[in-house]
Design a protein around this ligand. Structure first.
Ligand code: NAD
Ligand code: MG
Length: 401
């Protein structure tokens, strides 16, 4: 994307990076890139949900100034683990927001789920450039998050691999000549399965992603193709593209991550290994490029790349997400909340895999019937809808079982 970045330090200056969700899979990728280039990157603040041991370990190793744990009952443990180290500690939502607000060159938003909405907004409100992996923040509160980023005049740098790909081939100066933006999907572990087999899949089978190693929630979303639906909504916000210009193609090798088609017939693609350190490295170095010890691909070894259409019948979550985007308003937020409840219930053995789209669809319908699916004008309204959707989904969950 050809946009200027007024917030970038002078060339050669060390960038200070905060990582929200530092103990997760994307957090690991971010800390790996940071650790491998200490002359370029230093850590400012780190956060985690409850894993105090890992948080303290990386805070010490990377010389963080501040570390916060979301789970307040783990505050004392974090304090003890970091006592005498010079790392200041915090806890709860206020701790996360404090971490997000500390002056940094980039805040990597790698919290999973709607829990990332407020820390993302806090980063932007404090004037920090955000590199966002937390797609749910855009799905739930995209208009508000993008408006805040626009005020700041610093683009949100996408960490999600498909969106990072598009960022690199999206010619902002010629956006009117963009015909289509295409997001690729691996198809997940159930790409070739029959509908009844998918419906009966176990957590172990759903967690066995063919190409990517990720946190459990996004891995389940990848198996149901909800992840691709969330990503279409994410792309809609990041690139201000209408639904009609956004498409999904299944590409089982996960080598091409995104494509942009122009009105002259040119189709630009971005290729790379299925290694999240690549988009992270791109974000941290942007608008420059910097070397990174990431995986490389060999086209000769790959031999061939294949493509197929997504099947909205076997993968109803993708259909629901596209419908939610078409409908707009609060529906993507409602869908996300229901999906978070459904994924947690599936992983806890409380529901079948086939129950995920059922629960999501019923929650969406119920919230619509109750007249609670209108657009939110504030983050408080987004959070209120998120909360009531979760309550509806939890109630419906008992009936589905
Ligand atoms: P993960 O489960 O591995 O890590 C999540 C992180 O968020 C952890 O640090 C955890 O402590 C923290 N966290 C969890 N719940 C929290 C809460 N309630 N409050 C505060 N912090 C909380 O997840 P992940 O796979 O790293 O994914 C993170 C985000 O990035 C997700 O939105 C996911 O969709 C997106 N993403 C991930 C990948 C990937 O390869 N893992 C790729 C693209 C996008
Ligand atoms: Mg992705």
């Amino acid at each position: 994307m050809q946009v200027s970045n007024p917030g970038t330090d002078a060339a050669g200056a060390v960038k200070r990076i905060s990582v929200l969700g530092a103990t997760g899979s994307v957090g690991d990728s971010a800390l790996d890139i940071i650790a491998s280039s200490p002359d370029r990157y230093q850590v400012e603040a780190l956060t985690a949900n409850a894993n105090v041991d890992k948080l303290a370990e990386i805070a010490l190793a990377r010389g963080a100034r501040f570390a916060a744990v979301a789970d307040e009952s783990r505050y004392q443990a974090l304090k003890e683990a970091l006592s005498g180290s010079g790392v200041t500690v915090g806890a709860g939502l206020s701790g996360l927001e404090e971490a997000a607000s500390m002056k940094a060159d980039i805040v990597v938003g790698a919290i999973v789920g709607a829990a990332g909405i407020q820390p993302t907004m806090a980063s932007l409100l404090a004037g920090n450039q955000v590199a966002l992996a937390n797609k749910e923040a855009l799905v739930c509160a995209g208009d508000l998050v993008m408006a805040e980023a626009a005020k700041l005049g610093k683009p949100i740098l996408p960490v999600d691999s498909e969106h990072s790909a598009i960022f690199q081939i999206f010619d902002e100066a010629n956006r009117g000549e963009i015909e289509e933006v295409t997001i690729t999907a691996s198809g997940g572990p159930f790409r070739t399965w029959q509908a009844d087999e998918i419906a009966a899949a176990t957590p172990e089978q759903a967690l066995n992603h063919p190409n990517w190693s990720m946190g459990s929630k996004v891995t389940i979303d990848s198996a149901s193709l909800m992840n691709k639906g969330l990503e279409v909504i994410e792309a809609h916000h990041l690139y201000r593209m209408p639904r009609a210009k956004l498409s999904v193609v299944v590409h089982p090798q996960s080598i091409i991550h995104g494509l942009v088609t122009y009105t002259d017939g040119s189709m630009l693609a971005h290729l790379g290994a299925a290694d999240m350190r690549i988009p992270v490295a791109h974000c941290l170095a942007w608008p420059e490029r910097a070397p990174a010890n990431t995986r490389r691909i060999s086209l000769i070894e790959l031999g061939r790349l294949t493509f197929e259409a997504p099947d909205l019948t076997r993968f109803p979550c993708l259909r629901l997400a596209l419908e939610a985007l078409d409908e707009g308003g609060g529906l993507p937020n409602i869908m996300n909340a229901a999906n978070e409840i459904a994924v947690a219930a599936f992983l806890a053995g409380q529901m079948t895999f086939g129950g995920i789209p059922t629960l999501v669809e019923r929650t969406m319908l119920e919230m619509q019937k109750a007249g609670e699916s209108g657009a939110a004008g504030s983050i408080e309204e987004v959070l209120a809808t998120d909360k009531s959707s979760r309550l509806v989904a939890e109630r419906l969950l008992e009936r589905i079982n």
